[in-house]
Design a protein around this ligand. Structure first.
Ligand code: SF4
Ligand code: SF4
Length: 285
């Protein structure tokens, strides 16, 4: 069994929105993007053990030990999220170090009721060895090998990471936040060259389950932008599955609250553009 450790934010035993079927979802801690519209900003950064959340915890569930190292008393924690609200680093003291064995036992308990595993984040590909070991352990277990293995990614991973995962991963869902490099930089604080290369590589190797387009009014919602995006996606794979996601303010940082939410009319218009480019597997949320 693998000795690689993972930094875990959370797990969900059952999800119907993180890939095909009913899925066990692993949310890893840490992301290489800093998206304006992030719905889970407390998953972005690894805790620096600064100790600032210890005092505000109403349940005295946190302490700081020599190191310094933040320590959580899970029995006392009520998941009130006060520590997340006061953290200046977009992190959480609730993230925990886990082994593949820990997760395998959680998955085994629900295996009869799920169709697969999705590793999300944060950004799953920031911990590629852990993901590869988790997936290969699942594939090698006769009672779990039927579960499909998916990654939910922002796409900003070197091709070497996808090559490492290719033999044990059944598919990837990849965000394309913006085709235009400057807009991508504004939305995520990162270039999009690796994202585009990832989409191409995964499509070429039949590992691209879905591309997700988050529509953020004022950033990437105009007709010309979506036309160019549709043309590029069509040049990669005209039969690809696309999920069109309208921006919602739920869970975002205060700086993003001024951004208008995507309307149903807008999403319908953009879906029409995609269909006119030949895409017929489009989900809209
Ligand atoms: S969620 Fe954070 S602040 Fe709330 S009880 Fe748990 S450790 Fe304390
Ligand atoms: S969770 Fe945030 S506030 Fe708490 S110790 Fe870590 S970095 Fe500091």
């Amino acid at each position: 069994m693998s000795t690689v450790l993972g930094l875990l934010n959370n797990t969900i035993a059952f999800s119907s929105v993180d890939g095909p079927g009913n899925r066990f979802v692993v949310f890893l801690q840490g992301c290489n993007f800093n998206c304006v519209t992030c719905h889970n900003p407390y998953t972005i950064t690894r805790c620096t053990d600064c100790g600032l959340c210890v005092g505000p915890c109403p349940e005295h569930a946190l302490s700081i030990e020599d190191g310094p190292l933040i320590v959580l008393d899970t029995g006392a924690c009520t998941l009130c999220d006060v520590c997340i609200e006061v953290c200046p680093e977009d992190s959480t003291p609730l993230a925990r170090v886990v082994t593949v064995r820990d997760l395998i036992e959680e998955i085994r308990a629900v295996a009869p009721f799920i169709s697969g595993i999705t590793v999300s984040g944060g950004e799953a590909t920031q911990q590629p060895e852990f993901v590869a070991d988790l997936f290969s352990t699942l594939k090698a277990d006769p009672h779990l090998a039927h579960l499909t293995t998916f990654v939910d990614s922002n796409g900003a991973a070197p091709v070497e990471v996808w090559k490492r995962l290719a033999d044990v991963m059944d598919g990837a869902m990849v965000d394309l936040k913006a085709l235009d490099p400057a807009t991508h930089l504004r939305l995520t604080a990162r270039e999009n060259d690796q994202v585009l290369a990832s989409i191409e590589y995964l499509a070429q190797h039949d590992l691209l389950y879905e591309v997700r387009l988050l529509i953020v009014p004022g950033y990437n919602d105009d007709t010309q932008t979506v036309l160019r995006t549709a043309e590029w996606l069509s040049s990669v794979d005209p039969s690809m599955r696309i999920k069109l996601i309208g921006y919602r303010a739920h869970g975002v940082r205060p700086e993003a609250l001024h951004i208008p939410e995507a309307t149903g009319e807008l999403l319908e218009h953009l879906e029409t553009i995609l269909r006119e480019h030949g895409f017929d597997q489009i989900a809209v949320t």
